[in-house]
Design a protein around this ligand. Structure first.
Ligand code: 2U9
Length: 345
């Protein structure tokens, strides 16, 4: 075989083999076989030795051309392999847009916050302002200005945690109303709703807690009557327990209101017929209220001959327990996720 024939044979063999290659690994082997130091061109070099001197440049050129052709086969095949890899990847990694998304574990506000915010919404709609105040209070705002002087027997029901002789954990949110009245300097009308945590010395059990939540409301103006209070209480009852509720007022006593009332609403479970929730009476006691005691108006700078007011107090836990059939108040505070998760909206 002469040099020319040998070159043609190598080129043909290279084309045949290289175009069938499927991996980079095989391609590198083929490169070594055809173009490497110990590759097939070694034979050609040996044949060249026998050629006359004047013919050698010509065959040298032919050899280089053959090497370039083989290199172009290798380049083309490399490109083909790379394209195939990309194609396969694209097919494998196609996104199926019809698959369901990953579930996102969302939290939610605590049930006491939900009940509080529902009531806040109702009152914001009626033009009330939401007011908050400190949980560590002075005796003067928590008791004295609310017609509860130091030796008053009603203080027994509101024993609390004392920080000093005169500072304590507030027993109700009423001091927020006192602070607002003082801020207004006895001059402007007031329409506020005061939600927040309160504290009382108590032995914790299923229905008692040393810490609980209240929402209190206060309206002070020049023409405020029991009729305004009744309309407001009826709105609260319907908002909290659904449309169609009725209310019943029973005379009661609170030092800060005169007259004072306990407010019952017609049972949301049996619609007033009598069931185990309302203990067969058709009525459930849910909140207390009254017209602001003149002493309380005067103590915070309001002229009681000119201004009147009404106030009410709601225990948030009690409302949530009635509404959702919760039978132990401690459930609200022990952070059992199985309890908390039941109130996802
Ligand atoms: C001012 C004047 C009057 C707030 C009132 C009640 C009646 C009441 C209870 C409901 C359930 C407390 O959480 S509870 O145990 N509250 O019955 N609260 S009138 O009267 C005020 C407050 C502030 C300046």
């Amino acid at each position: 075989m002469n040099v020319n024939e040998r070159l043609e044979a190598i080129k043909n063999e290279a084309q045949e083999q290289i175009t069938l290659i499927k991996s980079m690994h095989e391609l590198n082997d083929a490169k070594a076989k055809f173009l490497g130091k110990k590759g097939l061109f070694q034979d050609v070099m040996k044949l060249m030795k026998d050629l006359p001197n004047e013919e050698r440049p010509k065959f040298g050129k032919l050899t280089n051309e053959a090497k370039q052709v083989i290199q172009s086969y290798l380049d083309e095949q490399r490109k083909a392999i790379e394209d195939a890899v990309i194609k396969e990847q694209l097919e494998k990694e196609t996104i199926d847009v019809t698959l369901p998304g990953k579930a996102f574990n969302m939290g939610q506000t605590h049930i006491l916050t939900q009940v509080t915010e529902e009531i806040e919404d109702l009152f914001i709609g009626m033009g009330y302002e939401i007011m908050e105040g400190p949980e560590v209070e002075i005796d003067e705002y928590n008791f004295e200005k609310l017609n509860l002087p130091k030796d008053h027997p009603a203080r027994d029901m509101q024993d609390t945690f004392y920080i000093t002789e005169d500072t304590l954990l507030r027993t109700h949110t009423s001091p927020v109303q006192v602070r607002t009245m003082l801020d207004k300097g006895g001059k402007e009308p007031i329409k506020i709703l005061c939600p927040g945590k309160v504290y009382r010395r108590d032995d914790d059990d299923a229905t008692h807690s040393h810490q609980f939540m209240q929402i209190e409301g206060l309206v002070v103006d020049e023409q405020v009557s029991m009729a305004d209070l009744k309309g407001t209480l009826l709105a609260i009852a319907n908002k909290m327990f659904g449309e169609g509720r009725n209310i019943r007022l029973r005379p009661s006593y609170f030092p800060f209101t005169e007259p004072s009332v306990e407010v019952d609403i017609s049972c949301h479970n049996c619609n007033g017929k009598g069931c185990n929730i309302c203990k067969g009476t058709g009525w459930i006691e849910v909140l207390g209220a009254g017209l602001v005691n003149n002493n309380v108006l005067e103590a915070s700078g309001y002229d009681s001959t000119k201004y009147q007011g009404f106030a009410f107090g709601i225990g948030v836990e009690r409302i949530a327990m009635l509404k959702y059939g919760i039978n132990d108040i401690r459930q609200f505070y022990t952070n059992d996720i199985r309890f908390i998760d039941q109130f996802k909206k």
